[in-house]
Ligand binder design. Structure first.
Ligand SMILES: [Zn+2]
Length: 94
């Protein structure tokens, strides 16, 4: 498995934590459940930590933006060096 695939794998794992935390926080506020609120906050913190540590461009090592295209989550283009992470393509600087 190459470095680019690893980055995308961590990204999808992080997104699972994000979506789980949103669901837990939403249910927590609906039911006034402290346990769900704490669980949701913990999942959100894990998402942020995974993103900060692993969500970097494998080519230029810069931190990638948190936002993503919901229709095409895997298609990630580095805003700094224009590398396409999905196809493992490093774009040459002009
Ligand atoms: Zn880059």
């Amino acid at each position: 498995m190459n470095k680019t695939r690893n980055v995308l794998k961590y990204r999808s794992v992080a997104l699972y934590f994000l979506f789980s935390s949103i669901i837990a926080l939403f249910l927590g506020s609906l039911t006034n459940s402290l346990v769900l609120t704490i669980m949701g906050s913990t999942l959100l913190i894990i998402y942020i930590l995974i993103s900060l540590v692993f969500w970097r461009c494998p080519f230029c090592k810069k931190r990638l933006p948190m936002r993503f295209n919901i229709k095409n989550v895997d298609e990630v283009i580095c805003p700094y060096c224009n590398a396409n992470l999905l196809y493992n393509e490093e774009k040459k600087q002009p």
